[in-house]
Design a binder for this molecule. Sequence first.
Ligand code: 13P
Length: 252
Amino acid sequence: MRKKIVAGNWKCNTNVSEGIELAKAVDKLTAKEAANDVVVILGVPFTHLTKVVESVDVNRIGVAAQNCAAEAKGAFTGEVSAEMVKSTGADYVILGHSERREYYGETSEILNKKLALALANGLTPIYCCGEPLEVREKEQQNVFVKNQLEETIFKLSVEDFKKLIIAYEPIWAIGTGKTATSDQAQEIHAFIRETIANKFGNEIADDVSILYGGSCKPGNAKELFANKDVDGGLIGGASLKADDFLGIINGF
Ligand code: 13P
């Protein structure tokens, strides 16, 4: 069944002790005040993974890396493999975030290797897609996003596809304070689901959670999550404050 999910993406923020403090605050607040049918995930820096896993109730809170290597192991200085991520106790990995695509040259080819390794190591990929401003201005977002899907996750087997979480992130609304309107979010989420249905069938499309990411805040979460094809959020800035993150979780 399709799950409601709110995932934080801390990006390159917090040192280890600040991260532990934040994770503990989220753990404490959600234990008391969050609906238990919402899956809560914390996407933290590699350096924090083990400690965050130890600091939260992993039966309620999932932990995600924000990336993993495109190679299984070997002479790749500075890389962190999917197997290493899994060995920390984390269960998820964010892949294909626009910041990785844009600043680190992450192509569909590289992403396909990462997806395969994440899945082979039992990690659930949170796969990101979404268009930049110039594409949205030309109203070409559907073509753009469909192409991203076709070049990557549509190449997976049905069995592997079923394990994914998808995040739609309009790049023009990331960290800008601009949010897609509720209608814009619903429209493209419905398009993504329809595209998945055409490829893998209605049942699989119905089951996959599609999260919205792009300046989601406590003040707009409720309206965004009320849409029938928006199954939660991938949250950047507002996931760095436990209260705000809880406010978003309680947007359901
Ligand atoms: P903001 O919530 O800061 O706009 O970031 C969204 C995002 O990139 C989540 O991955």
